[in-house]
Design a binder for this molecule. Structure first.
Ligand code: SF4
Ligand code: SF4
Length: 144
């Protein structure tokens, strides 16, 4: 058996399709974040970007996302290659830090729903900024 592409290629060497398949669909990067000014710690809130579809746990307009939401970053065009603002579970952060994918990742499990069953994703846990301005802190961003 040959090794899967994420073990043999760098992030830069991956095709667009391979790159996109690394996203596990957790939705965490689509949550608004807040910073504790005294400690500098970053926290994810439970409030999702207005384009985030709460039912599918995905962006509702992925191809136009950076035009629609100027703060939305195209990870592939992230010139600094710093993925440490993403959750510790995120494949881009893990691979860029020399870590492997975890067993619930859809590329490993072969099932797109394992990210939800493993309680990694935000599915069913968050609100949309389209519906409310109220938010609470959901989880602290893992340290780099
Ligand atoms: S945090 Fe990473 S794996 Fe999760 S949705 Fe964002 S890019 Fe995809
Ligand atoms: S525009 Fe789409 S991909 Fe970007 S943060 Fe919002 S929901 Fe996520």
């Amino acid at each position: 058996m040959s090794e899967p592409f994420w073990k043999t290629k760098t992030l830069d060497e991956m095709s667009d399709a391979e790159w996109e398949s690394l996203c596990d669909g957790c939705g965490l990067c689509c949550m608004h974040k807040v910073e504790d000014e005294s400690s500098g710690d970053i926290y994810y809130t439970n409030l999702a970007c207005r384009l985030f579809d709460l039912k599918t746990c995905k962006c509702s307009d992925y191809s136009n996302r950076t035009k629609e939401v100027p703060d939305c970053m195209s990870l592939r065009q992230n010139k600094y290659k710093d993925f440490n603002w993403l959750p510790g579970s995120c494949a881009y952060r893990r691979l860029s830090n020399g870590q492997d994918l975890l067993d619930w990742h859809p590329l490993v499990s072969g099932d797109p729903n394992t990210v939800h069953r493993a309680d990694i994703s935000v599915l069913g846990k968050v609100l949309s900024e389209k519906d409310t301005n109220e938010w609470t802190v959901a989880q602290k961003l893992d340290e780099p």
